[in-house]
Design a protein around this ligand. Structure first.
Ligand code: NCD
Length: 318
């Protein structure tokens, strides 16, 4: 059985990627170097995974994550097996996650999984005979979005330390926020401005984990978007996560709390960047897309490149 990831091991063989902290800061940097080399010379990598098969098992809707993994694998010369609609698979017959993973692990060399239940990816990894990547488990973690986000920050700001980072929107259920905030908290000189309605504040457990990270991270919380726009290096906007609300009424009450407009962008620093994991609903008005600080579509493309780097490393032979 494959053990948990060893953050110090130079050898990637036998590892899974379940939480954003499964990779050490130098391992993130190593993947960014590979992603940069892919960006500069994609043809050098187009046969890298010939003969390899990746399975994507998505128990929750996805466009970006699934397609970017599939595009990544295909651009490396590998092939893809996909179960996008789990309702039409054996899961509908009552098959357990463990059995599905053991079976699919017998067909494919790598599994990417998304599941609505928190902790499902960690459980699946216990049964996976091949590397397993968490493509999002409920509201908990989304580590490859963190890889994407860190690579984007590295690309646009040239550093991952000494940053004021504002997160805005659904900080309670936003798994991309939970993963990214933990990974950034390991860097030095980080200040977070957390902007959300009272009901959607960052969970206390995550806040405590971040504060206990030992790197002297500072946290300020606010319900006003303006507090995040002023002197931030990066504003990370998120969607209010409709599917995680228990009732429609609460969702409707909160969904339009924050809308980033060209008017509000005037308050942001000249060199601040605006990121979003996408999909965007109403929280960023389409006119903001013209602003050169809005880099979310570039962020999505960088996500494919860094996923290519991750696939290469996880599939490396012993
Ligand atoms: C995010 C997710 O699924 O958590 N999307 C993504 O993977 N790019 C964010 C979201 O759904 O709002």
């Amino acid at each position: 059985m494959r053990g948990p990831s060893n953050a110090n091991a130079a050898d990637w063989n036998g590892r899974h990627f379940i939480d954003s902290l499964d990779l050490s800061p130098p391992e993130y940097e190593a993947l960014f170097d590979v992603a940069n080399r892919i960006k500069e010379g994609p043809s050098n990598y187009s046969s890298r995974c010939v003969g390899k098969l990746m399975a994507t098992l998505f128990y929750e809707p996805s466009t970006r994550t699934r397609l970017s993994f599939e595009a990544a694998m295909m651009r490396l010369g590998g092939q893809v097996l996909t179960v996008s609609d789990v309702a039409t698979s054996s899961v509908a017959k009552g098959e357990s996650l463990a059995d599905t993973i053991r079976t699919v692990g017998g067909y494919a060399d790598l599994i990417v999984m998304r599941h609505p239940r928190e902790g499902a990816a960690r459980l699946a990894a216990l049964y996976a005979p091949v590397p397993l990547i968490n493509g999002g488990d409920g509201a908990r973690e989304h580590p490859t979005q963190t890889l994407t986000d860190m690579y984007t920050i590295r690309t646009f700001k040239d550093r991952l330390d000494d940053l004021t980072v504002a997160f805005c929107g659904d900080l309670r259920y936003g798994r991309t926020v939970h993963s990214l905030i933990k990974a950034l908290a390991r860097r030095s000189g980080i200040r977070f401005v957390l902007i959300s309605p009272e009901e959607l504040r960052l969970p206390n457990a995550t806040k405590e984990e971040v504060l206990a990270s030992g790197s002297g991270v500072k946290i300020q919380e606010s319900i006003r978007m303006e507090d995040g726009l002023r002197d931030c290096d990066l504003l990370y906007m998120t969607r209010i996560q409709k599917e995680r609300f228990f009732n429609e009424e609460d969702y409707i009450k909160l969904r339009d709390t924050y809308v980033l407009t060209p008017e509000k962008m005037k308050e942001a620093n000249k060199d601040a960047i605006i990121m979003h994991p996408l999909p965007r609903v109403t929280e960023i008005s389409p006119e903001v897309d013209e602003d050169e600080r809005a880099i979310y579509f570039q962020q999505a493309r960088l996500g494919m490149l860094v996923r290519m780097a991750l696939i290469i490393r996880l599939l490396e032979e012993e």
